[in-house]
Design a protein around this ligand. Sequence first.
Ligand code: PMP
Length: 393
Amino acid sequence: MPFDLASGLAERRAAHLYRQRPLLEAPQQPEVTVDGERLLAFCSNDYLGLASHPEVIRAMQQGAERWGVGGGASHLVMGHSTPHHQLEEALAEFTGRPRALLFSTGYMANLAAVTALVGQGDTVLEDRLNHASLLDAGLLSGARFSRYLHNDANSLASRLEKATGNTLVVTDGVFSMDGDLADLPTLCVTARSRNAWVMVDDAHGFGPLGKTGGGIVEHFGLGMDDVQVLVGTLGKAFGTAGAFIAGSDDLIETLIQFARPYIYTTSQPPAVACATLKSLELLRTENWRRDHLNRLIERFRQGAARIGLTLMDSPTPIQPILVGSSERALQLSADLRACGILVGAIRPPTVPAGSARLRVTFSASHSEAQVERLLDILAECWNRLAEEPGTDA
Ligand code: PMP
């Protein structure tokens, strides 16, 4: 019997790695209905609370009335419309780069950039904790692909010595499962010493990081000489959907000419671009969102330390609680849920074996009282987990 899918699924279940999709019956907001239950959620990537902002919703409605609901065709055929173009120009200006190119998803933007820039005879070096789409892109490119130790410039340097052809160093800006920042200043100097280019996927940095939400490059004051390929996604702090790559004119033209994940897919609906133009404006100008978010993060970290939780070295809205085994992570997540709190358990292969965690994320739309409630319930559930036989909380 060739395809024994059932036993693969049973094995996954037995290893506590079976995944389920909670059914959300409400907009992205702190208080949600999930599978019929009212819960306080800490697992959205809507970091600035823009996904259900009335002005962003209105921009999308007006965009749909004016431009229809579908992209209609690929960008190179007849799917590149004025809102896409305006958004690309606004994103170029926002990132301080000559041009930006819009993609339908971040996954595709990452596949596009890596596969268009390196191939056989070239080298791609990635942080071992990079997002799956970057790792997949490295494999797909056909270039020599190697992963350096997390955020370790020495490990990168030793791989750079053996690199051949065009060499691309690729890193997340904010690591999506740990919340920590790439040590970009050091990585960029290391890459430049070997004439390698640096590509940063700042999916989680745009919005929360930098004075005007310009992400990790703004945070560290880096320019296009340091980071040649800058990727941002729009489904997180921007609150909408899609992604962009910002860089030189030649980079963007190369992507348009050669990047298969760009060429062979339908453009995103123009109404989404209309909504993103509005959310970009709010993201840049409403600094109170970043300030409030930072206060919540600070408050959570202090409270978590008092409870004795193990957090990561993260200054961002991603605040994982390290638990260890998948079984215990699932148990803690279930205990929180029984008390009205929704936080997802993240397990291998998304994170390394033995490092299952609860990935708590904060949004500017959470209140301080909601964070206090999370901490109170966490204290109760964590103590209960510690008392259970066979657990080591
Ligand atoms: N890069 C990172 C770091 C991500 O976390 C994600 C999404 N989880 C992506 C890329 C993919 O973006 P999208 O969801 O737009 O495909």
